[in-house]
Design a protein around this ligand. Structure first.
Ligand code: 9G3
Length: 572
């Protein structure tokens, strides 16, 4: 391909809203263009990278026994009424009406549609297991689309759904997908971790997320430094070994005035107590009403754990007014004593023997509060957020934490959708049984951005060969000069005939611009045809290391081939 005819509009500057490297570089290097918030066009180079990622995914899905299909994006509301999710999801679900006023949605996922298909087509255990997948656009009207392709409203996903006769079959399908995902993200060139994850509203019990480790990631992962232990989880899911440390000496409860002292840290300082002896009371609004969650003052509430524990769909911190109405005091002075709200108490709070809690009146706290004596502890659970340094729930070593980009997630769903969409099969004895399902997703466009987050420097992107838009760039410094033009054309045609993906920068552009664009776009290997062209010599330069060699044109093919095969690229 010739760059003079290709649409690769590079930019020197990008809009300030591009906060993370992948967003900035995919815009600057001419891979994507914004159409609206969270909605992007893939330009030729962006489409080539996505297609390469899709093909790697396709190969591994097929290898694991997957069959590719393509389902409509437009989904009739009926399917979602049958699963009960039309009511569950709010504005995040893109809803629309057809010309007859019938309700539809733009598919954010396809559990309902695929299960309805299988319900209609599968009768017997003989037709199971089935692994059906598609690669296509998904739509989620995110509250705050941001970071370019990392969180879009329209994005490309591979979603596979497994259908088995029983849980053992599901575990086998799940294992196959777990291994396929491991191969995929390795081939794409990502530094990633599979971590235990929360299943969220989708249902099911077991889930793993595949996290591309990156500071730009929105997710936080905690993991055990001991690789033999290998514990790793999204903090949303991470268990915590509750510290059994007894805090404080039991004593008579006492009301104390604490003027304007609200945060746990301020209360601790004011009362001269360690923060862990403060018992925080946070009021949450759910669709079932207000609830109070209690954790130690040095801890945070894990809202995903609390939401799962309560089995509610909506959960958010109650606003000042609601807290005032429920407790009679502004946030900071809320407490469990005399509070007529359901209390969920974190396990660790039981070990605080003389805690300080808000008195549910302005500027006042109780001290020497003993859980169980001074307030009820019926509902005790692990609702605290694990953080770095906490003991690994498996081996007790201090956990470490890193940020991650969730590029894939796999779920053991069970029979939630098969029962709702009537997907059953007859077993050997003619018994009617629900099909046991799993679902497995990879964010294709998000994966492209994650690769850029992990593979770039101040000059630009550094594409791993497996997903590079082109493997080689031939760059004649001055295309007008015959020796350079002819040698560049010769090498370009030679490599193309060998099936190598080569791009020729035949633009009549200043050398400086050509070099800057080459480094910005990030072609793995650059062949510069410059002042040594007359002697038949060209410079080979690796984008990742910057290493370069002057070689004769006769050596070019063998060197380039060795590089693309990942072999040592040694030149005498
Ligand atoms: C919705 C909306 C957003 C959603 C969902 C439904 C996430 C929803 C979870 C999944 C689970 C798996 C198959 C591929 C892999 C992920 N966001 N999820 O179900 F209506 Cl608006 O999509 N589905």
């Amino acid at each position: 391909m010739r760059l003079s005819t290709w649409l690769v509009p590079t930019l020197r500057e990008v809009p300030a809203e591009a906060e993370v490297a992948s967003h900035r570089l995919l815009l600057r290097a001419g891979f994507i263009r914004k159409v609206a918030a969270g909605i992007y066009t893939l330009l030729p180079l962006g489409k080539r990278v996505c297609s390469k990622i899709e093909n790697i995914v396709r190969e591994e899905m097929n290898r694991a026994g997957g069959q590719e299909i393509l389902m409509p994006i437009l989904q009739p509301a009926e399917l979602w009424h049958r699963s009960g999710r039309w009511e569950v999801y709010g504005p995040e679900l893109f809803r629309l009406k057809d010309r007859h006023g019938r309700d539809f949605c733009l598919g954010p996922t396809h559990e309902e549609m695929i299960t309805a298909l299988v319900a209609a087509e599968v009768r017997s255990y003989k037709q199971l297991p089935l692994l059906l997948y598609q690669i296509g656009n998904k739509y989620r009207d995110e509250r705050r689309p941001r970071f370019g392709l990392l969180r879009g409203r329209e994005f490309i996903m591979k979603d596979l759904y497994s259908f088995d006769r029983d849980w053992a079959g599901l575990e086998e399908s799940y294992r196959k997908m777990y291994e396929a995902y491991t191969r995929i993200f390795t081939r794409v060139g990502l530094n990633f971790r599979a971590v235990e994850a929360d299943t969220g509203a989708i249902g099911g019990s077991v889930s793993h997320e595949f996290m591309a480790l990156a500071e730009a990631g929105e997710a936080v992962v905690v993991y055990c430094p001991d690789t033999t232990c290998g514990y790793a989880a999204n903090v949303e899911k991470a268990e915590s070994l509750s510290s059994l440390e007894e805090i404080g000496e039991e004593g008579p409860i006492e009301l104390v005035v604490t003027p304007g002292v609200r945060s746990a840290e301020e209360v601790a300082a004011f009362l001269g107590l360690p923060v862990k002896q403060i018992i925080k009371t946070l009021i949450y609004r759910t669709e079932k009403g207000l609830v109070a969650a209690l954790v130690r003052g040095d801890r945070e509430v894990n809202e995903v754990k609390l939401q799962n524990h309560l089995g509610v769909l909506e959960l958010e911190l109650a606003g000042e007014d609601l807290v005032e109405e429920a407790t009679g005091a502004p946030p900071g002075f809320a407490g469990p004593i005399g509070l007529s709200l359901p209390l969920v108490v974190d396990r660790e709070v039981l070990h605080v023997k003389a805690g300080a809690v808000g008195a549910n009146r302005p500027d006042a706290h109780y001290i020497n509060v003993l859980p169980g004596r001074d307030f009820p502890v019926q509902d005790v659970a692990d609702i605290r957020q694990v953080s770095e340094g906490d003991p690994c729930p498996r081996c007790g070593r201090p956990l470490l934490s890193v940020r991650g980009i969730e590029v894939g997630q796999i779920f053991q769903l069970g029979d939630k959708y098969s029962r709702a969409l009537n997907a059953y099969y007859l077993d050997e004895r003619g018994e009617k049984r629900p099909i046991i399902m799993g679902c497995y997703g990879i964010g294709i466009t998000r994966t492209m951005a994650a690769v850029v987050e992990q593979h770039h420097d101040e000059e630009g992107i550094i594409w791993p060969v497996a997903v590079a838009p082109f493997q080689v760039l031939v760059l004649p410094v001055n295309y007008e000069e015959a020796p350079q033009r002819e040698l560049a054309e010769e090498i370009y045609n030679l490599l193309r005939e060998k099936g190598i993906e080569v791009l020729l920068d035949d633009r009549e552009e200043r050398p400086g611009v050509k070099f800057k664009d080459a480094d910005l776009v990030g072609y793995p290997l650059r062949i510069t045809v410059g002042r040594h062209a007359a002697e038949g010599k060209v410079e080979l330069k690796l984008r990742r290391t910057g290493e370069n060699w002057l070689v004769s044109k006769g050596e070019v093919l063998e060197k380039v081939t060795a590089f693309l095969e990942g072999k040592e690229f040694c030149t005498g």
